[in-house]
Structure formats: C-alpha cells, structure tokens
Design a protein around this ligand. Structure first.
Ligand SMILES: Nc1nc2c(ncn2[C@@H]2O[C@H](COP(=O)(O)OP(=O)(O)OP(=O)(O)O)[C@@H](O)[C@H]2O)c(=O)[nH]1
Ligand SMILES: [Mg+2]
Length: 448
C-alpha cells in the first residue's frame, strides 16, 4: 500500500487530487473527496483496516502520526463508475471547518494533492462522463437562486441543450454532404430544386442558431437574476415603491426630500426569477458633498443594472428616461393622488394602494428578456461562452447561405458550413482547447 512518502502521480502520470466538497462553515456533515488512481489507497490508509471495497466503512480517521481525528464514514467508487470516471473515495466526517481541514490534511499527507477549482468536474469532462454544456449546467444548479433558475439548470444538466445542439449538428452535417457532393460532381450541375432545398435548410439552421443566441437574455436573467434600479428626483416615491415591491419596510420613507442618501439593495423573487432592486438617492442640485457623493455612487450602480425604473410623481419635470435606451421603464408614481402631468406610456403605480405593482414587475421581467412561459421544447444557453458559439454558428450559416445565393464555388459554401459545424461542436464542448476549459472551470469552487 502507498506510504506517506511517495506523494505524486502513479505510473499512469495522473495525480490524485483531494478537496473539501461541502460548503465551508458549520454543517452537520462534511465531505472530503479524493479522486485519482491512488484515491482508494490513500483513504484506506487514513481510516485503516485494509483496502476499501465498494462497501461503506465506519471508522476513525487518523493523521499520519497516529493521532485520531474524527469518526468518519468512508466509501469507494471504482473507475469508471464514479463522478470523475476515476477511482474516487470519500470521507464523510462531522461538518465544521477545523475538522474538515484536519481530515483533508491527513489525505494530503498520504499523497494526494489539493484539487484546483472545478478540477473534479474537469476530469469528469476529460473522461467523457459529462460534456461541457452539462458541466456548466452543473455549476448553474449549484448557484441557482430561484426555482426557475434551478429548473433551467436541471433541464440542461439532463441534456436538453446538448440534445438540441446535437440535432443541429446532424442537420448541418447532412447539408454539408450535399454541398460536398456538388464539389465532387460539378459537371452534373445543380438542379434548381436541390439548390432551393439547400438554401432553405441553411436559412433554417441560421434561424435556429439565432434563436439560441437570443435566448441568452432569458437564460442569463434566470441564471444570474435581474437587477433593477429605481431612479428619479428627490421625493418622487422611489423608496416607497421599493418597499411596496418587496412587501416590507426595507428603505426609510419621509416627506422631506433627500431621505435616501446611500443606495440600498433588496432582493425578492418575481415569477420565479431572482430580482435585486436598488433604491438610489434622489437627484437634485446640492451643496452637500455627502449627498452629492451618494448620488454619484448611485449612478455608478445604476450603470450596471439590467432595468432602470424612471420614477415620475407628476410634479417634478417629466423624465421619459430615453438616456437609458432599452433598459428604461417609465413609471408615474403616487397614482392614488391623481392630477399632475402624466404620460400614457408610463406604468401607473401607487405604493399606498398597491396599484400597478404586478404590471410593473411583469414589465421589468419582460424588459430583462425573461420569456413569460417556459416551453418544454425550448433550450436556453446560459453562459456568455455558449452564446458566443451560438452566434458564431449563426453567422457562418448566414455566410454560407449568402455564398450559395451568389453562386460562389461550392468549396466556399462548404467551408462556411464546416465552420458552423465546428462552432456547434464547441458550443457542446467537443474539441475545445485548454484555454476555454480554464475559463469555464475558473468559475467553479474548489471541491466541485
Ligand atoms: N399618496 C402617496 N404618497 C406617496 C406614495 N409614494 C410615496 N409617497 C410619499 O411621498 C413622500 C416621499 O416618498 P419617498 O419614498 O421617501 O420618496 P423618495 O423618492 O425615496 O425620496 P428621496 O429618498 O428623498 O429621494 C413620502 O411622504 C411618501 O409617503 C404613493 O404611492 N402615494
Ligand atoms: Mg428615498
């Protein structure tokens, strides 16, 4: 059996890695996960009593110097029937940072090395247990902040997005072989009907990829949540609106203008989507440097909001929010008071009566790109990487179609289609380079 001395890779050259797999902090149970050719030997050494088999063993984990650490449950999973596809062994101990750190230290002292962020999942991908899209979905499952985010993540983990991409890849391969057929037999000419069919199929593929790329707004809104900021002059009722929207007294409200000085944030779930609402200091010309700084900080925060609610109370000069472009949503507040100027395009709300709040929430979600219903068939990309690949495939199909319509050489059309095929394969995570894997797994935590 492996001794404490011989740390490092075994004959296969693959290192055995280890990390705490459970969340840091206080918990009933914590897990140290070990993966690699020597995983089972190392954990067996820590718990004593000979090499672990598939069965679960209860025992005391010991440090190399013989000190007892914790009573644990250990189990082993033999390659390839494990998450990573390698031999995996886990120690389940009592939760708590100190205890788990000692268990991990014992495993490291017996020859494993500390895993890098996402390294277990990366090995799973490299060993073919998981494609990259599903690995990304796994991260979305862990980070899901709302029910709909979790549903989308689970759909992608189950392969929904991957299946849609594979279907597109198959269609692209079929049209590619038809185009390549033209290259092999150019003297036969191309029947007009064939040409039309190819044109239609390239157009269809382009549209599907466009839909995927555009769906990123929905996928991102669900996965990362939506940030919405309330802006407007002092006293128009921004803080009252925030309180009414989240249903609790989160922000101070007063009849005096300039009540809110620091921006503040509240979180809520609207229609199954996680929303962060930002209340800002009302804008006005001020000689008070503290108030001016508060307004400035608020504006900086607003810059990165997905949606900006421009609040008008009908007294202050009307603000149609055009500087926010498509992010802006105009509200006429204090509708219960009536009177004053208004604009028909504005959502009428009242923090006092609750009027217009449901409509406002729906308008915010729509503006953020959230689809109001989830189709069972629809697949959504959730990361910028996936979106970029879908857009690249869309552009290549478009270029192929244009080349085909211009009757350019079939080689050129085929070249574009091949690029689209490659973009789709990369979207699914096939044949992506180390750099892309590095980027994807940098977002993971250690232990996953
Ligand atoms: N009748 C009525 N009064 C409201 C409504 N919303 C806010 N008010 C009143 O308007 C005043 C200002 O409300 P705030 O919510 O503090 O306004 P604000 O925009 O946050 O103001 P600053 O923080 O100073 O920028 C308070 O006296 C509120 O009670 C509303 O819907 N109806
Ligand atoms: Mg306020």
């Amino acid at each position: 059996m492996a001794a404490a001395r011989d740390a490092g890779p075994d004959a296969s050259g693959v290192e055995t890695i280890a990390a705490i797999a459970t969340a840091s902090g206080v918990g009933g149970v914590g897990i140290v996960r070990v993966s690699g050719p020597r995983a089972i030997a190392i954990v067996s050494k820590v718990i004593g009593g000979g090499e672990l088999e598939r069965a679960i063993r209860v025992g005391w984990a010991h440090a190399p110097d013989g000190t007892a650490i914790d009573q644990v449950i250990a189990f082993a999973m033999r390659a390839p029937a494990s998450f990573t596809g390698e031999d995996v062994a886990e120690l389940q101990g009592h939760g708590g940072a100190q205890n788990l750190a000692q268990l991990l230290a014992a495993v490291l002292a017996n020859g494993a090395r500390l895993a890098e962020p996402g390294e277990f999942t990366r090995r799973a991908v490299l060993n073919g247990k998981l494609d990259l899209v599903r690995a990304e979905a796994l991260l979305d499952v862990i980070h899901a902040g709302s029910e709909r985010a979790l549903r989308l993540a689970h759909a992608n983990l189950a392969g929904q997005l991957g299946t849609v991409i594979e279907r597109l890849e198959r269609r692209a391969h079929r049209v590619l072989s038809e185009i390549e057929g033209r290259i092999d037999f150019p003297e036969e000419g191309i029947a007009a009907a064939d040409e039309q069919a190819i044109d239609a199929e390239l157009g269809g593929l382009e549209a599907e990829c466009r839909k995927l790329a555009e769906g990123f707004r929905h996928g991102r809104a669900l996965t990362q949540g939506v940030t919405v900021a309330l802006v407007g002059p002092v006293n128009v009722g921004k803080s009252s609106l925030l309180n009414a929207l989240v249903g609790k007294e989160r922000a101070l409200v007063a009849a005096a203008p300039g009540t809110t000085r620091d921006y503040l944030e509240a979180t809520d779930v609207w229609n199954g989507v996680a929303v962060t609402i930002i209340d800002t200091a009302g804008t006005r010309v001020t000689a008070d440097p503290v108030e001016a700084r508060g307004i400035e900080l608020g504006e900086q925060r607003v810059a990165s909001a997905d949606v900006v609610i421009v609040v008008n109370d009908g007294n202050a000069p009307w603000d149609d929010g055009t500087r926010y472009d498509r992010r802006g949503l105009v509200v006429r507040s204090k509708a219960d008071l009536g009177g004053g100027v208004g604009a028909r395009a504005a959502v009428q709300t009242s923090a006092t009566t609750g009027a217009g709040l449901t409509e406002l929430k729906l308008r915010v979600l729509a503006l953020a790109g959230v689809a109001d219903r989830e189709g069972n068939e629809a697949a959504f990309v959730t990361t910028a990487r996936q979106q970029a690949m879908a857009a690249a495939a869309r552009d290549s199909f478009d270029a192929a179609r244009t080349a085909s319509r211009q009757h350019l050489a079939s080689e050129i059309v085929a070249l574009e289609v091949r690029q689209a095929v490659q973009a789709l394969a990369q979207l699914r995570g096939v044949e992506v380079g180390d750099r892309i894997l590095d980027e994807v797994f940098a977002r993971f935590c250690i232990g996953k």
